[in-house]
Write a protein that binds this ligand. Sequence first.
Ligand code: FES
Length: 155
Amino acid sequence: MDETLEKTEGGEKRGSAPEDVKILAFLCNWCSYAGADLAGVSRLQYPPNVVDIRVMCTGTISPYYVLKAFQEGIDGVLIAGCHIGDCHYDKGNYMTAKRFRVLKDILAAAGIDPRRIRLEWVSAAEGAKFQDVITSFTEQVRAAGPSPLAPKRGK
Ligand code: FES
C-alpha cells in the first residue's frame, strides 16, 4: 500500500503530499498581508499550498466567500487579520470574530470538518508567526485530508 495515502472524511484514499491540499488565505491588507510579506523578505520557509487573497479588513469577508471556496474545491480556509484592538477600521475584526463562530457552526452543519478553517491575528511585525500559522494550519488540513467537496485530483 502506498504510504502517502490517507483515509479522508468521505472514506476515500487520497495522497497526503503537501501539494495535495489547497488552502485559501484571506489576509487583511494592514496586518496579516504585511506579516506575510515580512515572512517572505525574511526568507522564512512555509508550505507552498496557500493562495492569498488580500482584503482591506477581515470584516469585509462574507461567510459566503468561505462557503464558495469550499464549493470550488478548496481544502482549508484561513482568515488572518489585525489583533483585536488594532483593526484599522475600528471594529472589523470584532465582527469577524463573532461571524467566525457562526461560520464554524454552519460548516459543521454542512459536514465540513472544523479543522478546515482557522482564524488568526497576525500583525505586520509577525513574519515568524505567519510562518508558524501557515505551517501548522497546513498540517491540520493535511490531517483532515482533501475536502470531500473537492473534485478528485491527480486523475
Ligand atoms: Fe485588519 Fe480590520 S484592518 S482586521
